[in-house]
Design a protein around this ligand. Structure first.
Ligand SMILES: [Fe+2]
Ligand SMILES: [Fe+2]
Ligand SMILES: [Fe+2]
Ligand SMILES: [Fe+2]
Length: 443
């Protein structure tokens, strides 16, 4: 369906202010909600945080008082939207449950974006980040079981596989090396701009969530695990935001932000299965169409250019949540040994120079061990092996993936080696057979 957002009026700004009753809505039921309604709620919270944050940065850099007044009024609305969306999460959804959902967002969103990205370099960057968040999901899944007895599939609902990815101990890079090549704003498509801003918003909010909640647990290794993964999310924000052309003007960025919000809400309205949430997405879409009109008018007035040159005439679908198991498996099995190259490119482990700068970072950060590695040793002590949620075909590849993903240089002292994990899995399977036999005899 053709939908030109710039031609829609939306709700005018003077009608967007809501009372407290309408701002704070009834939370969803964590036991009934579809996992992809939850991922939409998490993503749109991140999109609103970015919309609000960007408008503060805008005002701090803008000497035009009239412009600042308009931005201030829009910013308050972004903030109200954020409250409504974030507070749809229920009180009884634990930090670890929410964490699994955050990583499900990262995996399935990034996989969708990678397959809908025409810029090869940007796609490679999405694929690279994808395997890191995929590993975070695996590490947190162990803790969700150990701390709260949660089966990870209660949250991801069998739509996302949980198995080792690129080991988190190898995600620690020199942050300067994370900086990628920006697109050229005069040549890139609106889709690439929206794709990148969507993932930046998601990663930034993931970082902030771990920063604000990682200390919620008493278990010291779990707190360290949050600290370790939060640090990787900082790297992810650095990596994805560096793809954006820094030569975009503030008003151009404002236009792209509002268009990005429109596209994401448009996708939510199309895909939502929960009636209450769908009504919220419809309202929010109307609000954002109103913001887009303002941003387009400001752009025309101050820059004397056509907004369609920047955001095009077609709506974009940046966040269609659906199971991406096949795509993720393909990237996992072929790219787990990919690393950040020294020329802003991507390289295989075997081709890295001996003095690769991230080795120093990894040696320092992991000198007393990597908590995400300890996590696997601890769960193995508890139940005999790691928790994996995937079909048998992928499960059989676990040791091969781990062997390929480990980097011989700068390994953490508490690394779980493939040989040791393989032995644990073998013993576990043997014990399972004995247990099944005993259960049959007794019950
Ligand atoms: Fe917004
Ligand atoms: Fe992550
Ligand atoms: Fe991430
Ligand atoms: Fe907006």
């Amino acid at each position: 369906m053709s939908f030109n957002a710039l031609k829609e009026k939306g709700l005018s700004l003077d009608k967007q202010l809501r009372n407290w009753h309408l701002i704070s809505r009834k939370p969803y039921n964590k036991n009934k909600i579809d996992c992809y309604s939850r991922t939409r709620q998490i993503l749109m919270n991140g999109i609103e945080i970015e919309a609000w944050n960007f408008k503060h940065a805008f005002s701090r850099l803008c000497p035009d008082n009239d412009l600042c007044k308009t931005i201030a009024m829009m910013r308050r609305i972004e903030d109200q939207q954020q409250t409504t969306i974030n507070w749809l999460a229920p009180k009884d959804q634990s930090v670890l449950e929410t964490t699994l959902a955050y990583e499900q967002v990262a995996v399935d969103l990034t996989a969708w974006l990678a397959q809908n990205e025409t810029d090869k370099y940007v796609k490679d960057t999405f694929d690279f980040g994808l395997l890191e968040d995929f590993d975070h999901l695996y590490r947190y899944a162990q803790w969700a079981y150990m701390e709260e007895g949660i089966c990870p599939n209660d949250i991801v609902q069998n739509r996302t596989d949980i198995i080792v990815g690129r080991p988190t101990q190898h995600h620690h890079n020199c942050n300067a090396l994370r900086i990628r090549k920006p697109y050229d704003k005069t040549k890139t498509s609106p889709q690439t701009k929206v794709n990148i801003l969507t993932v930046v918003s998601a990663e930034q909010q993931t970082h902030n969530y771990y920063a604000e909640h990682g200390f919620a647990y008493g278990n010291h290794t779990l707190r360290e695990t949050y600290a370790e993964i939060k640090d990787v999310e900082e790297e992810h924000v650095t990596m994805y935001e560096s793809l954006i052309d820094p030569k975009e003007t503030l008003l151009e960025k404002l236009l792209i932000h509002e268009f990005c919000e429109v596209c994401n809400y448009y996708t939510c309205v199309e895909d939502e299965t929960d009636n209450e949430m769908k009504k919220i997405w419809e309202f929010m879409l109307d609000v954002e169409l109103g913001h887009l009109q303002i941003a387009a008018d400001l752009f025309k007035k101050h820059e004397n250019k056509d907004p369609e040159e920047i955001v095009g005439e077609e709506i974009i679908i940046p966040s269609r949540f659906q199971s991406q198991k096949d795509y993720v498996e393909e990237i996992l099995t072929t790219q787990v040994d990919t690393r950040l190259g020294v020329d802003k490119n991507y390289s295989k482990i075997k081709d890295l120079p001996q003095d690769w700068i991230s080795y120093d970072i990894q040696r320092k950060a992991n000198e007393l061990g990597s908590p995400t590695e300890s996590t696997i040793s601890i769960i193995s002590e508890h139940i005999g092996r790691d928790i994996v949620c995937a079909d048998d075909k992928l499960k059989e590849k676990e040791i091969i993936i781990l062997s390929k993903g480990l980097q011989k240089q700068a390994l953490a002292p508490d690394t779980v080696y493939p040989e040791s994990l393989e032995e644990k899995i073998r013993d576990y399977e043997k014990n399972q057979k004995i247990k099944e036999k005993l259960e049959k005899e007794i019950y």
